[in-house]
Write a protein that binds this ligand. Structure first.
Ligand SMILES: NC(=O)C1=CN([C@@H]2O[C@H](COP(=O)(O)OP(=O)(O)OC[C@H]3O[C@@H](n4cnc5c(N)ncnc54)[C@H](OP(=O)(O)O)[C@@H]3O)[C@@H](O)[C@H]2O)C=CC1
Ligand SMILES: CC(=O)N[C@@H](CCC(=O)OP(=O)(O)O)C(=O)O
Length: 349
């Protein structure tokens, strides 16, 4: 089926929104019919983002649900936590399809959301409607969905790196430790002291240790895959680069396995899913090798000495970790080939 669809983007002036526009401008089945802002209504988007001069619908619309309904069939909400919780139910009630990039609909438990996000959870009726859009794992559910909650950037890299091994019972999930690093664009376009050039440059730091909001998201999915409660140690770090996430994962093997066995297991699990690329033994993926693309590249090393496996997974946080996966989910929702509009080779060097 190759029918086209009209798309609106709320949060068009943010990093996720701008990245959605970059990809959707080249999507053969999507027409961008409204770019939406809460603070720059009426201004041309390309004034702030001259690289998007080719956009036809340039003037920023207000967040006006009846107007969005008139102009669009699907809405991407690239809006902050809390904003999506309020907006998404109104969009769904208006009969629109929605893909939400925020964390507001990923966690099924309102109490867990409120503990980690420190704000009121979204309405449970809408939480129950959200399909968690980790495309390579829950793609079948995405195909029938009208509302997809796009995974977080760190969970995307981490879960794609862990799920096949947890699913096969090859690692003991209670021993998983995740050490993840992100480029600064992961924090969005807003300004804050920690992201000033002089604070970030030549610096490397851990943050939100043992309290990161992506911990329960990772645990929720791993518990579902393992069929029992899984708790993980998950530590995030900021790296002075613009884009990219590298997640290093460690876990105890349940039985002796080789690198080649891991490679075969993962290649089989992700068969037919072109955005996950498994590296040959001894090759480690780097963030530059997926930069600007929707790929997730994964490498392995089994340590016979300790009986542990080390798994390294990389993505571009703004693409596979946000806009790219959101478009992959739209493709699944619409019954299109999941790669449509996303076939970009990474930019290198
Ligand atoms: N950056 C990343 O790597 C990733 C981000 N995400 C998530 O995606 C969402 C967007 O992130 P990102 O683009 O980085 O964030 P930004 O801070 O760069 O952009 C957020 C946008 O939301 C808009 N906005 C703010 N308040 C409102 C409101 N009340 N109503 C409507 N729009 C509003 C702002 O635009 P304006 O002021 O013009 O309205 C702003 O441009 C967030 O929920 C984030 O957590 C998820 C995965 C990765
Ligand atoms: C570098 C950096 O600050 N990253 C953000 C990732 C936030 C994100 O994009 O994910 P959500 O949609 O779940 O908020 C953080 O660690 O909170």
């Amino acid at each position: 089926m190759n029918s086209s669809i009209r798309a609106a983007i709320i949060g068009s002036t943010g990093y996720g929104g701008v990245e959605l526009i970059r990809f959707l401008l080249r999507h053969p089945n999507v027409e961008i019919t409204s770019v939406i802002s809460s603070s720059s209504v009426g201004k041309p988007l390309s004034d702030g983002f001259p690289h998007l001069r080719e956009i036809i619908v340039d003037h920023l619309d207000a967040v006006d649900i009846p107007l969005i309904k008139q102009k669009a069939d699907v809405v991407f909400a690239a809006t902050p936590h809390g904003v999506s919780a309020e907006l998404v139910p109104q969009l769904l009630d208006a009969g629109l399809k929605v893909i939400d990039l925020s964390g507001d609909f990923r966690l099924k438990s309102p109490a867990v959301y409120e503990k980690y996000y420190k704000r009121k959870a979204a309405d449970e009726v809408y939480l129950a409607k959200a399909v968690y859009g980790l495309a390579e794992v829950f793609g079948e559910q995405c195909r029938d969905a009208d509302f997809i909650s796009n995974p977080g950037c760190y969970p995307t890299a981490t879960l794609l790196g862990l799920i096949p091994a947890v699913n096969a019972g090859w690692i003991d999930p209670s021993t998983i430790i995740v050490d993840a690093k992100s480029g600064v664009s992961g924090a969005g376009r807003g300004l804050s002291q920690s992201f000033h050039y002089s604070e970030m440059n030549e610096n490397f730091l851990a943050y939100k240790v043992n309290r990161h909001q992506h911990t329960p998201e990772i645990e929720q999915v791993l518990s579902q895959i393992a069929g029992k409660e899984v708790l993980t140690t998950f530590t995030t770090h900021l790296v002075p680069m613009t884009r990219g996430i590298l997640s290093t994962m460690y876990a105890q093997l349940t039985d002796s396995k080789s690198d080649e066995e891991f490679i075969d297991l993962y290649r089989e699990y992700y068969k037919g899913r072109p955005f996950v690329r498994i590296r040959p033994s001894g090759q480690w993926p780097a963030t530059k090798e997926v930069w600007g693309s929707n790929y997730c590249d994964i490498g392995f090393s089994v340590d016979e000495r300790t009986g542990r496996v080390t798994i390294v997974s990389v993505i571009d946080n703004l693409v596979k970790g946000a806009a790219g996966q959101a478009i992959q989910n739209l493709n699944l929702m619409m019954g299109w080939d999941e790669t449509t509009g996303l076939e970009f080779t990474p930019v290198y060097p």
